[in-house]
Design a binder for this molecule. Structure first.
Ligand code: SF4
Length: 337
């Protein structure tokens, strides 16, 4: 019989409280695969004065076991601006790491995989925004944070899925206009337009994860699970949002579950989200559709560890671009939640 070594036993002891937290979503047999990297990451980030910012779509061993701050894009952007740590490791996709760098230019921002992109961010360039501004002179440009620094730099204000409606109405008031340009997510733009009198000109971008959900799928969930509460992300097509009981950002969905404690819920969004929320609310039954974001899934524990060990991949945003991109982000952060 193989007896556990002293090293294994101390590792087990060190990580036991973390495993207790995630035992409902990570099978016991998988824990020995994660535990060594988790222990090493947590030790190294203390040594390096680093923090890990993890998006709600990270897998539970990242989200619950090594992250210092978790949340949606808006919450992570705020944490990036506040933290005193010297190093930020972004457990998320590239545009999020750029946003952290823009808000914290004096800090070293690392991303574990340079391939962690985003279909929305890659749908539009700064040159595209300049052409839009020529076509619609004088209209404010509202840019979803899921964009590159170049695109933000051409914009008047940023928004997230959590504050998009408020931002659109605030910037329309500031500009004294009834029309705004909202880029690049056509579905988020249409979902916002459905709730406001402000007219919205948009772009042909979409999230490759949320656009796959269909209204029929929602009806099928309701038929298969009577009484289920359906929460949808506003990057979903409008007919999907129309079938949901509630539509909101990932943070708003988490708050909905925390406040209302539905018996059974389905979150129409990236699939790791349900695992992460289920850890907090073990009494709520989660039906889990599994649409994975291939970009988010490029971030794994071994990559985070390597990032901290080798200080790669450092995210650089040219100073002039960062300065211009910071203005619309600051303007968004000043809009009251
Ligand atoms: S889930 Fe969609 S919006 Fe989010 S990073 Fe993936 S592709 Fe981009």
């Amino acid at each position: 019989m193989n007896r556990p070594s002293l090293i294994d036993m101390s590792l087990n002891e060190a990580t036991a409280p973390l495993y207790a937290r995630v035992k409902n979503v990570i099978p016991e047999i998988e824990w020995p695969v994660f535990a060594p990297d988790i222990a090493a990451i947590n030790a190294l980030k203390r040594e390096r004065n680093a923090v890990i910012l993890a998006h709600n779509y990270m897998t539970p061993e990242i989200f619950h076991c090594v992250a210092d701050f978790v949340g949606d894009s808006l919450q992570l952007a705020r944490e990036a601006a506040k933290t005193d740590a010297k190093i930020i490791v972004q457990a998320g996709v590239h545009f999020m790491a750029e946003t952290s760098k823009i808000l914290s230019p004096e800090k070293t921002v690392l991303i574990p995989s340079l391939e962690a992109g985003c279909s929305l961010a890659s749908s539009i360039t700064g040159a595209d925004v300049r052409l839009l501004k020529q076509k619609y002179p004088g209209l404010p440009v509202v840019t979803y944070v899921n964009t590159s620094a170049d695109v933000k730099a051409e914009s008047d204000i940023c928004c997230t899925s959590g504050n998009a409606l408020k931002v659109v109405e605030a910037i329309a008031r500031d500009f004294g206009t009834d029309t705004v340009i909202m880029i690049p997510d056509k579905y988020l733009a249409r979902n916002v337009a459905a709730k406001t009198g402000v007219k919205v000109i948009t772009w042909e971008g979409s999230c490759e994860v949320h656009e796959r959900f269909t209204a029929q799928e929602i009806r099928d969930f309701r038929a298969a699970h009577p009484g289920i509460t359906v929460l949808a992300h506003p990057e979903c097509p409008p007919d999907v949002v129309a079938e949901a009981d509630f539509a909101g950002s990932t943070a708003a969905m988490i708050n909905y579950v925390g406040d209302r404690k539905p018996n059974r819920v389905v979150m129409i969004t990236e699939c790791s989200m349900s695992d992460n929320v289920a850890v907090e609310y073990p009494d709520v039954e989660f039906v889990r559709p599994c649409n994975l974001c291939p970009h988010m899934k490029r971030i794994a524990l071994d990559g985070i560890l390597q990032s901290l060990e080798t200080m790669t991949h450092e995210v650089i945003v040219p100073v002039d671009v960062a300065a211009r991109a910071k203005t619309p982000i600051d303007r968004m952060l000043a809009v009251k939640a």
